[in-house]
Ligand binder design. Structure first.
Ligand SMILES: CC(C)(COP(=O)(O)OP(=O)(O)OC[C@H]1O[C@@H](n2cnc3c(N)ncnc32)[C@H](O)[C@@H]1OP(=O)(O)O)[C@@H](O)C(=O)NCCC(=O)NCCS
Length: 196
C-alpha cells in the first residue's frame, strides 16, 4: 500500500535555507534561465546542449512540470526572495511495462548557490515525492562518471551504480562516460513477480 502524497510543506521542512516546491507554469521563465546557465557552465554534465536550447521559448518547458501524483514533476528550490536556485525533475515511464520506473533528470543548482547543501536537499525531496507515487518502485539516473562529487551526492541519497556507458556524450571532441544508477523505492518492489 502506498502512503498518501506528502503536503508541499513536507519539502519546506526538509530544506534549511530554501523552500522546495513543485514547479508550475509560472516558473517557466526562471527555469529556462537556470537551465540555460547550467548547460552553458557545465556542458559535460548534461545530454542537452546550450546552443540548441538557448533559443527555445520558456513556455515550451512548462509541459515537463506535470504533477507530483503523476510521477512526472519538477521540484524547485527557492530562496526567501522567491528566486529559483536549483531544480530536479522526475520523469515516469508511461508504457504499461515500465510505469514502475522513473528517471531523475535536470538536476542543477545555480553556480552562485552551489556547495550549500541545496543539491542534497533537492535529491532527498525528489526521492520522498517519488516514494508517494502509487506503483512507482524504482528511480534511475545517469551521471557523468568523472563528476565524482555528483556521483557521491547520489550515493548518499541511496542510489548505487549498476553500469557504465563509455563515451555516452562527446563535448568539444572529448568523450565522457555515463554511470547508470538505481534506487529501489521499496524493499520488495514486486511482491508478485520475480526478476528474470
Ligand atoms: C551537482 C549539483 C546539482 C550539486 O548541487 P550543490 O547544491 O552544489 O550540492 P550540495 O551543496 O548539496 O553538495 C552535496 C555534496 O557534494 C559535495 N560537492 C558539491 N559540489 C562539489 C564540488 N564542486 N566539488 C567537490 N564536492 C562538491 C558537497 O561537499 C556535498 O558533500 P558533503 O555535504 O558530504 O560535503 C551542482 O554542483 C550542479 O548544478 N552542478 C552542475 C550540473 C550537474 O552536474 N548536474 C548533475 C547532473 S547528473
Amino acid at each position: 500500500m502506498t502512503a498518501p502524497m506528502p503536503p508541499a510543506s513536507a519539502f519546506a521542512a526538509a530544506a534549511a535555507a530554501v523552500h522546495i516546491r513543485p514547479l508550475v507554469a509560472a516558473d517557466a521563465v526562471a527555469y529556462k534561465a537556470l537551465r540555460d546557465e547550467a548547460l552553458r557552465t557545465a556542458p559535460d554534465a548534461f545530454t542537452s546542449d546550450y546552443a540548441a536550447s538557448v533559443g527555445r521559448p520558456a513556455k515550451e518547458y512548462a509541459v515537463r512540470f506535470g504533477t507530483l501524483e503523476s510521477g512526472v514533476f519538477f521540484l524547485g528550490a527557492f530562496n526567501a526572495a522567491g528566486q529559483l536556485l536549483g531544480c530536479v525533475g522526475c520523469e515516469r515511464e508511461q508504457r504499461a511495462k515500465q510505469r514502475h520506473c522513473a528517471t531523475v533528470v535536470g538536476m542543477m543548482v545555480a553556480p552562485t548557490a552551489q556547495r550549500r547543501g541545496i543539491g542534497q536537499q533537492l535529491v532527498a525531496a525528489c526521492v520522498l515525492a517519488a516514494r508517494h507515487v502509487p506503483g512507482l518502485t524504482q528511480l534511475v539516473l545517469t551521471v557523468t562518471a568523472s563528476n565524482t562529487h555528483v556521483v557521491q551526492l547520489y550515493e548518499q541519497a541511496g542510489f548505487h551504480a549498476w553500469g557504465l556507458l563509455p563515451r555516452a556524450v562527446v563535448v568539444d571532441g572529448v568523450g565522457y562516460d555515463k554511470l547508470h544508477m538505481l534506487l529501489l523505492l521499496t524493499s520488495d518492489p514486486f511482491p508478485a513477480c520475480r526478476s528474470k
